[in-house]
Design a protein around this ligand. Structure first.
Ligand SMILES: C[S@@+](CC[C@H](N)C(=O)[O-])C[C@H]1O[C@@H](n2cnc3c(N)ncnc32)[C@H](O)[C@@H]1O
Length: 261
């Protein structure tokens, strides 16, 4: 099937139940409420069901009680959650957790908060933390937008990492991209003064979109100079997605923006 923008629509692309209102709900809502509700329900991910491997399950069993937190826990007291007040990095969408665990291991003096909705990825990160003896991380498996809104206090962390977020290539899916003006302003509120946003992507149109949104955002300055990308920093480990991108001949773009007001 071809849609109005000439995109080929497959079964997989069709809206899932979670993306739409049921008829009964829609019938009882005003048009404004429906539009507002639809806005609210556009998410940057589609939950995939995936079985946990034995290792991922073991990660959960051994580490979730120590390292995991959920929306039910309410607003986080970060010094209490980590048992110390330290430079804190928050990573959204850590995938299988390689970069999160590697970075946390390499910087034991820092706190790391990782948020990922893909359950096998969370299990994998917990497993790696268990194997590597990494304790300076706390992990959530909820939607990062809700975690930030409900659990992270204003001016409470130092660096936001967003590595290879889903690019939502198709034009009609672009609205699902996590990076937009509203997202950046929410991060601005949550970052400490002088805090950093570090994004990386291997999809050039998304890199350009990130650059456009961040450059126009009030309260930030590009550390590399206007319109400039930053060479890949040594402290960002290579992830599965980046390796795959390299094989496909993609470039990689890193952006560093500092909160100045
Ligand atoms: C393309 S993958 C990249 C994973 C990893 N950063 C890497 O470089 O290998 C993007 C990840 O972001 C996660 N994600 C997307 N939106 C999210 C959200 N709102 N909250 C938490 N995780 C999210 C997805 O589940 C997916 O695992």
């Amino acid at each position: 099937m071809i849609d109005e923008e000439n995109n080929i629509v497959t079964e997989q692309d069709k809206p899932k139940a979670e993306d739409t209102y049921t008829e009964t709900q829609a019938e009882t809502l005003t048009e404004e409420q429906i539009i507002e509700g639809q806005k609210r329900r556009i998410r940057s991910f589609v939950r995939r069901t995936g079985r946990l491997t034995a290792g991922q399950q073991l990660g959960y069993d051994r580490q979730w009680d120590k390292l995991g937190f959920s929306l039910d826990d309410g607003e986080l007291d970060l010094p209490k959650a980590f048992g110390r007040d330290a430079y804190t990095v928050l990573e959204i969408g850590f995938g299988m957790g390689q970069s999160l665990i590697e970075m946390a291991k390499a910087a034991p003096e820092k706190n790391f908060i990782g948020i990922e909705v893909h359950t096998p990825g969370v299990g994998s990160a917990l497993r790696m933390a268990d194997e590597e003896g990494v304790t300076n991380i706390r992990i959530s498996e909820d939607d990062a937008i809700e975690v930030l809104k409900q659990q992270i206090a204003d001016e409470s962390f130092d660096c936001l990492q967003l590595f290879f977020p889903d690019p939502w290539h198709k034009k009609r899916h672009n609205k699902r991209r996590i990076v937009n003006e509203e997202f950046v302003q929410m991060i601005r509120a949550k970052l400490k003064p002088g805090g950093i946003i570090h994004m990386a992507t291997d999809w050039q149109p998304y890199a350009e979109h990130m650059m456009e949104v961040l450059s126009a955002a009030e309260g930030f300055t590009n550390q590399a100079g206007e319109g400039q990308y930053t060479p890949r920093p040594d402290h960002r480990p290579l992830t599965k997605f980046e390796k795959r991108g390299e094989k496909l001949g993609h470039g990689v773009w890193d952006l560093f923006f500092e909160k100045i007001s």
